[in-house]
Design a protein around this ligand. Structure first.
Ligand code: ATP
Length: 361
């Protein structure tokens, strides 16, 4: 039986509330399947860690992350713990740079039964994926921006051919996998090519990749139009790929379509490593109160199983991933279970218990 080493980094705030239950769920799913095993070891990182020991991502944690088969991360950052320039401690960004996790995969798939912000008059359900480049773009300036004489500040957008080619090839492969499952198989490049040289370059590399993947449809959308269309007709979207900062903003809009940050899972994937974490941050306003919605974290665990299953050619792991997604959809289907975040009264523990019960039945 294959054992997978998972580095678990709960982090700050609600990260340390939703991560342990995801670990419990993964362990239970592995035990039940009996064809794979997990060695889930927890490591320190985050803003509280920085406040305690002066390091946001200690060497031992970074080494464990490098050696792991996958990394499960809760949430990191606390508003009151900051670097001297005023920016927040964000080791989750450092991990993306360090492990070259260029493809931030953010599925947008609202779960039927929940009170959602958008009426969907179309026959097509909302089910698309946003791929956010996660190692360069405007975030390449993280920790490097300048402020001159307290009168002018500059951050620089960086787009490289090497990373963009990998990003687009990854996104086209994702569109092809979806096409095989009955989706349209269309990749849309979201940019601002009409204004910025960096974005015109991004689009040029996209168009070159589209020629390599000519079996799939592709098109372009300016980022402002993408924001409009994500609200007006999100059911017409399939796979979107975009720059880091645009992706940061649009993925929160995607989470909004699902009802809130606590519903939105994500994966940051590179050639050799991957981090799985909910889209939300540490949400200090609700930390320690049992109010956090663990759904995004549990679905991120499912994404981890899907990625590992595919990478190691383990169909039983892929099935285990699907069983988690199905269990989550089932608990919300009748409309009686509404997380506090979505205006209901159900907190972390009850959602978790119901998902575990659905997995058992
Ligand atoms: P960051 O700035 O890193 O994105 P944050 O904690 O400031 O992190 P978000 O995580 O984006 O902000 O969350 C915004 C708000 O959404 C939180 O303050 C919280 O009220 C709510 N929220 C986020 N995640 C959850 C969750 N899992 N369950 C319930 N509410 C959540």
């Amino acid at each position: 039986m294959k054992t997978f080493k998972i580095a678990v980094l709960p982090g700050d705030g609600i990260g340390s509330e939703v991560t342990p239950i995801c670990v419990e769920m993964l362990q239970s799913v592995a035990n039940k399947c009996g064809e794979f095993n997990f060695e889930l070891d927890t490591f320190d990182a985050g803003a509280a860690c920085f406040a305690r020991c002066g390091e946001a991502l200690p060497g031992e944690t970074a080494a464990a992350a490098r050696q792991a088969d996958a990394i499960l991360l809760g949430a990191m950052g606390l508003p009151e713990v900051r670097y001297a320039d005023g920016t927040e401690i964000a080791p989750q960004l450092d991990l993306r740079f360090m492990l070259e996790l260029y493809a931030g995969v953010r599925p947008v798939k609202p779960i039927p039964g929940l009170p959602l912000p958008l009426l969907n008059p179309s026959k097509n359900p909302i089910d698309f994926v946003l791929v956010r480049e996660s190692t360069e773009g405007l975030f390449a300036s993280h920790g490097k921006g300048t402020v001159v004489d307290d009168s002018e500040a500059t951050d620089t957008m960086k787009i490289t051919r090497a990373v963009s080619e990998k990003l687009f090839d990854f996104s086209f492969r994702l569109a092809r996998q979806r096409k095989a499952k009955g989706f349209e198989g269309r990749l849309t490049c979201v940019d601002k090519a009409n204004v910025f040289a960096s974005m015109a370059f991004f689009r040029k590399i996209f168009d070159e990749a589209a020629v390599r993947h000519h079996d799939l449809d592709s098109d372009h959308m300016y980022v402002d139009a993408a924001a409009l269309n994500m609200v007006k007709q999100p059911w017409n979207m399939d796979v979107l790929v975009t720059e880091n900062m645009f992706g940061d903003i649009l993925s929160d809009l995607g989470a909004g379509l699902m009802g809130g940050m606590g519903m939105a899972p994500s994966a940051d994937i590179g050639d050799d490593h991957a981090v799985f974490q909910p889209c939300h941050g540490s949400a200090p306003d609700i930390a320690g109160q049992g109010k956090a919605n663990p759904t995004a974290m549990l679905l991120s665990g499912a994404m981890m199983l899907e990625w590992l299953g595919e990478r190691h050619n383990l169909p039983s792991m892929t099935s285990a991933s699907e069983s988690i997604t199905t269990a989550v959809e089932r608990v919300f289907a009748d409309g009686n279970l509404v997380p506090i975040e979505l205006g209901g009264d159900v907190g972390t523990g009850e959602i978790f218990d119901r998902v575990m019960h659905a997995l058992d039945s």
